[in-house]
Design a protein around this ligand. Structure first.
Ligand code: MN
Length: 375
C-alpha cells in the first residue's frame, strides 16, 4: 500500500495553559476560556467570562489505552509544534489549516473589550506557531461582537501573516447575523487581504443557563448532537449567499471545517429552487444563481464521510477537502493512511488529487506543494 499525502482542511493546535496569564492582565486572563478536568477524567468544566459549562469529555467513549488516554491525546506532537511535524509525516498529512482548541470557546465571551484583547493575545502567540513550518496555516481568531472590531483584527492579523480567520458559525451578542450588511466592513477587509473566512462547526455561542456544552441530553443525545453541530456551518453559508455577500465581495472565500460536504449540493439546490419559485419575494436579488456562489466561493472539509467524496465525483462540487482533525478524537490520528486509502483508492486520479491536495492549495497558494501520493 503506497503512501498518500493529503493536506488537511481541519486541524487544531493545543494552546499552552499559561497562554492568557502570560499575555494579559490578570483581570482579563482569568475570564478567558479554561478547562478544569475532574479527577475521574470523564468530565470537565469550561470557565468562560464568568460562565460555566459542564460536559462529559468528548473522548470518554472513544478508543482508550489502559490509562484511559485516547489515541489522539497520545499523538506525540499534540502539545509540541516541532514534534507535530513527525506525526504529520507518519500520517501522510502535508499542510494543515489549524484552528484553536480551548480558544474555540471564545465565542461565548460577552464582553467586547475582553474579546478584543483575548483574540489579539491568542493571535500574537499563534503566529509564532505558524512560523515553525510553512506547512502550518494557522487561523487568526476574529472577535465577532462588533463588525468594526472584526475588520480591524482581520487587517492586523493579515499584516502579521495569517491567511485565514477563524469565525464562529454564528456571531455572539446583539449584532445582526451574517446575512446582514452590517458585516460588510469585515468582508471588505477579507476581500482586500485575501483572508479566507474559516468557519469551524460546533462554535455557536452557548447559553450558559443550560450549564452544558452540548445541545441535547437524554436518549440519543450524543448522536443527535453530532448531527446538530453541523447545521451552524450550513446556516452561516446560506446566510452569506442569501444576503448577497458574494455579490458585493466576489473574491471572498469561505471554508466550513469538520461538517462533511454533501450538504453543499443540497443547500445549493434548495437556494436555487427558492430563488426561482419564490422570486418575487427574494431580497436582495442576486447577480448570479445562489448555487454558483456555493460551488465557487465555498469549500468544506470532512474526515471519514464516504458520501463527502460523492459530493465532488457525483454532484460536481469541486471544493471538497479532506481533513484529519488532528489531534482531536473525531480525527484520524493513528489511522490516517487507512482512512485515506478507504476513501480514495477507487476514486479517479484527478478527483482524489483535488480533494487531498488541490482544493487546499487553491485556497492557500503560498503553501509548498505536497509530495506526490502513491496509490
Ligand atoms: Mn476540527
Amino acid at each position: 500500500m503506497g503512501k498518500i499525502w493529503a493536506n488537511s482542511g481541519d486541524s487544531h493546535l493545543i494552546e499552552p495553559e499559561d497562554l492568557f496569564t502570560t499575555s494579559l492582565p490578570a483581570s482579563l486572563a482569568e475570564r478567558m476560556p479554561r478547562s478544569v478536568k475532574d479527577d475521574d477524567g470523564r468530565h470537565e468544566t469550561i470557565y468562560v467570562d464568568g460562565q460555566e459549562f459542564r460536559r462529559r469529555m468528548p473522548n470518554s467513549g472513544g478508543l482508550t489505552d489502559e490509562n484511559g488516554m485516547t489515541v489522539a491525546e497520545r499523538a506525540p506532537g499534540a502539545n509540541d509544534p516541532h514534534l507535530r511535524l513527525t506525526d504529520l509525516d507518519q500520517e501522510g498529512i502535508w499542510a494543515e489549516l489549524i484552528f484553536p482548541s480551548i480558544g474555540i470557546w471564545s465565542s461565548s465571551i460577552r464582553d467586547r473589550e475582553l474579546l478584543k484583547a483575548g483574540m489579539e493575545a491568542i493571535n500574537n502567540w499563534s503566529i509564532g506557531y505558524q512560523a515553525i513550518s510553512p506547512r502550518y496555516v494557522c487561523t487568526a481568531s476574529i472577535p465577532l461582537l462588533d463588525p468594526a472590531d472584526a475588520a480591524a483584527e482581520i487587517r492586523r492579523s493579515s499584516a502579521l501573516g495569517f491567511k485565514a480567520g477563524f469565525f464562529s458559525v454564528s456571531p455572539p451578542g446583539d449584532v445582526d447575523n451574517f446575512n446582514s450588511a452590517v458585516w460588510d466592513p469585515a468582508w471588505a477587509v477579507c476581500a482586500d487581504t485575501g483572508m479566507v473566512v474559516a468557519f469551524h462547526i460546533g462554535t455557536e455561542p452557548l447559553d450558559a443557563s443550560q450549564h452544558t456544552g452540548g445541545y441535547f441530553r437524554g436518549a440519543g443525545g450524543a448522536l443527535m448532537n453530532y448531527v446538530e453541530t453541523t447545521y451552524g456551518g450550513q446556516r452561516a453559508v446560506t446566510k452569506m449567499i442569501a444576503g448577497g455577500v458574494f455579490d458585493r465581495f466576489p473574491g471572498v472565500k469561505v471554508m466550513v471545517s469538520e461538517g462533511g460536504a454533501t450538504w453543499g449540493p443540497f443547500i445549493a439546490d434548495r437556494l436555487d429552487e427558492a430563488y426561482r419559485q419564490h422570486g418575487s419575494m427574494v431580497r436582495p436579488q442576486l447577480r448570479r444563481l445562489p448555487s454558483e456562489y456555493l460551488y465557487e466561493n465555498v469549500y468544506a472539509s470532512f474526515q471519514h464521510d464516504r458520501s463527502a467524496v460523492k459530493a465532488m465525483t457525483a454532484m460536481g462540487w469541486n471544493n471538497v477537502i479532506w481533513g484529519s482533525d488532528y489531534p482531536h478524537i473525531e480525527g484520524t490520528f493513528g489511522h490516517s493512511q487507512k482512512t485515506l486509502h478507504e476513501l480514495f483508492d477507487d476514486v479517479d486520479a484527478a478527483s482524489r488529487t483535488r480533494m487531498t491536495q488541490g482544493a487546499f492549495a487553491e485556497l492557500f497558494p503560498d503553501v509548498p506543494p505536497a509530495p506526490r501520493s502513491e496509490y
